[in-house]
Design a protein around this ligand. Structure first.
Ligand code: IDP
Ligand code: MG
Length: 155
């Protein structure tokens, strides 16, 4: 059953360096995802060991962490119908050259680790990741004039 969910996004250092922050945020906005949290975050080795724990034994782990610490990242929490899966669909597969055309990674990037965006991959991870990067007072609940069209029936 469809559900209104929240999901955690990180706009990676390549998005900042390549001036693609606005382009990526724009794609999420146009879908109708509501920005309920947004800030710059300076990642640390400890935070990345936790966030990418599932990759700790991979040969590229050190390079991935170095890459993610090159600049601050933009952390976002997005809200919408089935937001976790919908955002992953818009972001595309991990390897940008295997991602479907029309996705952020396919359209705007070519390689890993610099694939522009992190997005939570499942509900249990989304809530953990939101708590990892955001305090409760940095998350907002508010109404938008477009809510009735995006969230409701549009009547
Ligand atoms: P995801 O970001 O699509 O969820 P994960 O498997 O969780 O993919 O990997 C996290 C991040 O690690 C990727 O987005 C990418 O930046 C990096 N990464 C994954 N696989 C490779 C690889 O084979 N070489 C270099 N970096 C990789
Ligand atoms: Mg992942």
């Amino acid at each position: 059953m469809a559900d209104i969910q929240r999901t955690l996004i990180l706009l990676k250092p390549d998005a900042l360096q390549r001036d693609l922050l606005g382009e990526v945020v724009h794609r999420f906005e146009r879908k109708g995802l509501k920005i309920v949290g947004m800030k710059l975050i300076r990642l640390t080795d400890d935070l990345l060991n936790e966030h990418y724990a599932h990759l700790a034994d991979r040969p590229f782990f050190g390079d991935l962490k170095q890459f993610m610490m090159q600049t601050p990242v933009v952390g976002m929490v997005l809200e919408g119908w089935d937001a976790i899966a919908e955002v992953r669909k818009i972001v595309g597969s991990t390897n940008p050259r295997e991602a479907d055309a029309g996705t952020i990674r396919a359209d705007l990037s070519m390689n890993t680790p610099s694939n522009l965006v992190h997005a939570s991959d499942a509900p249990e991870n989304a809530s953990k990741e939101i708590d990892r990067f955001f305090n409760q007072d940095e998350l907002f609940t508010y109404e938008k004039i477009s809510d009735r069209y995006v969230f409701g029936q549009g009547v």
